[in-house]
Design a protein around this ligand. Sequence first.
Ligand SMILES: [Zn+2]
Length: 334
Amino acid sequence: MLTHRRTTPPIAVRRRTSPRGLSAVHAAALALVITGASLLAACGAIGQGADPSPSPDPTLSRTLAASPSPTPAPTPVPTPSPSPPWIPGTPWPGPVNMPILMYHHINSTPPTTALDASLTVTDADFARQLDYLKCAGYTTVSLSQLYDGVYSGAPLPQKPIVLTFDDGYADAFTNAFPALQKRGFTGAFSIITNFVGAAAAYMTWEQIGAMVNAGMEMTSHTLTHEDLNKSRDDIVRQQLTLSKAALEEHLQRPISFFVYPSGEPFRSGTPARQAQVVQMVQEAGYRGALTASNKLQQDPRAPYAFNRIRVSGGVDIRKFAENMAGPLPEKIGC
Ligand SMILES: [Zn+2]
């Protein structure tokens, strides 16, 4: 099923890049590539220091509840190629810039810590971002639709985008879900299955079921948000298979995608460890998986390492557009 289709030479991709290849957005993207590496290195260090284990204990503070994916990394590394460069109706010939956005909290409660602030997008900012995406012509697609497009050439809209929401927080149901529905958008929500309904900060199975019935997609985010870089292999396998089984049992549908907690082992693991974990994800029966690598590009040769652009709290709409290499709002009247 997950055959790695051979890619055609990069020339085929490059040939179609010229019409929009020299836009101001791409010039800005090139500049970001230069400055991005050092910033990401610094953010990685900050993230590791501030990575307490999440807990479903209802008595814990909101800050602890918000802790599963504290990997603040405000500046992504867009790559200077157009999106979409593929021929509709064909599998992707090679790497393509295709935004998969990563959100955590959506709410307007004043944050109590810097980490909380970085993980929380206000309702007003979220609404502004969704309105921009709609105005700029983006269409949300599910991960299943995306992978069907990438590997089988199934039809994708002109400007596809995947919106993801990590950790299964209660505000995914109360705040993100209605804002998406209002605009006819869909999202993919990554669930830490042992935390479901275990604390007020997390969604219940009933809420998750209601979202699925309304067309939202659920992905596994392990049982307990384990670090898959550091965990023993038997633990990794357990986290991958039991979380998938729990979601499938509660939702009565196949769960095909996995989201690495804190992006590990793709943040601090060796290439060898990454390959080991990818193999375990594949063996557990997943079709694909998402990192937190803060990159715009998706490489068909790496179905278990599609990238995401982090949306941090406090990012203005211009920066939001720039981070995903979208058109600047003022240039398109959005
Ligand atoms: Zn997480």
